[in-house]
Structure formats: structure tokens, C-alpha cells
Design a protein around this ligand. Sequence first.
Ligand code: GLU
Length: 242
Amino acid sequence: MCGIVGYIGKRQVFPILIKGLKRLEYRGYDSAGVAMINDNGDLSVYKTKGKVADLERFCEDKDISGTVGIAHTRWATHGEPSSVNAHPHYSESKNIAIIHNGIIENYADLKKKLVADGVKFRSDTDTEVIVQLIEYIQTRKNVDLLTAVRFALTQLFGAYAIAVLDKRDKDQIIAARKQSPLVIGIGEDEFFLGSDATPIIEYTDKVVYLEDDNIAVIRRGEDLKVVNTLNDTLNPEVCTVD
Ligand code: GLU
């Protein structure tokens, strides 16, 4: 299983994401991508098959502005390695982007139902089902992103570490895990996200290791909030790493 990196704070996000992905390269991967909310309030999603250095080159002439973003290295399990199947994946409206490590075992059933209801998919991945389901719930039930994520997670079987960005809220990343590791670094007015602590430790030694079924609401300027799928607030242990 490959890599997840994320950041929200005051710094420019792109160099932090790229550096973090490079730190996770030891885990092996076939493609890489980033999603950032840029200075115009749009989602910039860039992804390529190949190495993180290829992604960096691909982004040379692109808008890489923004102070919130998520990034991913993929080891394909569903859908061939390609730029279309690389993460991040968009929801149909392109308002929401997701990255995911793991496998959604019941993705085919969920996809069938969503397609029957008119949702259009772009990739062959199991991952895209998660973001399409989140948007489907958000729009049909008219709920906020956290509620939509909570409801969506209760429908998934399998393993996941995910991070979700919604371009309508540049102050928030939502992250969650089940049987796939995810670590949050807590800095001064900034947060980091990683599959392990290696992309985080140069910025802060305060980390929270999310546990199964934990959902982290990471908001700019606020304390870290962690809830379960029932929306009970949890008190995660903040550890100090060497
Ligand atoms: N199952 C997902 C995919 O094939 C994620 C793989 C991973 O963990 O990188 O796209």
C-alpha cells in the first residue's frame, strides 16, 4: 500500500506535498498525483503515471498555488496504472477530490447502484466509488461534507486511508482510516497528514495515529477534531515522535 500526504496551513502546499511523496517512495508505487485548492478557489488536480519526479515535471507550467492540499502515490489494485486511474479522483461535479490507499471490496455493487441512478464515472478504480458516493449523499440528503463522509463510510467494506477536499471549503481536510495507516502531524496553526510519520517529522514531533473508524476533521485555525461514524467526539492521544 502506497502513500498519502496532506497539508493545511500558511505555507505554500505544493513543495510540502512533493517532498512528502518523495519521503514515501520507499513504499513502491506506479503513479502519483496532487489536489490543491488554488488561489482562485478552484481545485487543481494533477496526476501522472510514473514517478514523483514525473509529476513534478508535469506541474512545471501549471497553477500550483494554494495552502491546502492532498497527494498520493498509487499501487494499482483496480484499474491499470494510468493517469486517469491515478489519484486524486474527482466527484462528478468536480467539487470534491479524494485520495485513497487500500481496497474497497464492495465497490462493484456500490458503483452499479450509483450508475443506475445516473452518476457518471471517469476511472476503473474502486476508489472513485467513495468520492461519488460522498457527493451523492451530500446532494441527495443536503448534508455537510463530514456527515456525507460518515454515511458513506458505513457503506464501505474493505480497507482504506482516505483524505477528502471540497473546493467550497478551503479551510478543511477530512481524513479517515480503516485497516490502513494514517498519521496527523500537529504544528503551529498547521496540520500535516501522512501514511506514516516520515513526511511529517521535519515539521513537527506531535502526531496522532488515527485508529480504525476514526474520522479526522482538520480545520485551519482550529483544534484537531476526531469523531467516529456516529459522530461521537473522540479524544485521540497526541504522541511525541523522535
Ligand atoms: N485500490 C485503489 C486503486 O487501485 C488504491 C490503491 C492504493 O492503495 O494505492 O486505485
